[in-house]
Write a protein that binds this ligand. Structure first.
Ligand code: FEO
Length: 162
């Protein structure tokens, strides 16, 4: 059984992961309209990954005898001015998510909930990977030049993500 405090915090995290999925889907749609199909595909896969993150928290709450509480998902914005601007925002967003995960870890320690602490370790590692991947893409965009014509090859590379 999880405490009400942990249950509430994990339910909030379900919402944040679903918001991340929504945000990345909006970014995917932006790339579709910009005719950058590779970036659009990469973002769409990222949106799906965020859904699986939400479901991990959802399943965990149920496994621990808690109650899930699905909160309203905020609408993301729909316009960006370039691929670089999108990835700057993704990077900032992932750093924010890392902060949320770290706060959950601190809460699990405070509440002496070692099972939740253990479950969260997967997310601690995942955030390291996500920040690393996104900062690499951002660096590539900056090196190549943040204009669609220059990004043609990178768009092709991004489209290889499965
Ligand atoms: Fe679910 Fe991108 O963190």
């Amino acid at each position: 059984m999880i405490s009400r405090t942990i249950e509430e915090a994990l339910n909030k995290q379900i919402n944040r992961e679903l918001y991340s999925a929504y945000l990345y889907l909006a970014m995917s749609a932006y790339f579709e309209t910009a005719n950058m199909k590779g970036f659009a595909k990469w973002m769409r896969i990222q949106a799906k990954e965020e859904q699986t993150h939400a479901f991990k928290f959802y399943d965990y709450i149920i496994a621990r005898g808690g109650k899930t509480n699905l909160l309203a998902i905020e609408a993301p914005k729909s316009k960006w001015t370039s691929a670089g601007k999108v990835f700057e925002e993704v990077y900032a967003h992932e750093q924010k998510v890392t902060g949320f995960i770290n706060s959950l870890v601190e809460l699990a320690i405070k509440e002496k909930d070692y099972a939740t602490f253990e479950m969260l370790q997967w997310f601690v590692k995942e955030q390291v990977e996500e920040e690393e991947h996104v900062s690499e893409i951002l660096a590539k965009i900056k090196a190549i030049g943040d204009v669609p014509g220059h990004l043609f090859y990178l768009d092709h590379e991004m489209g290889k993500r499965e």
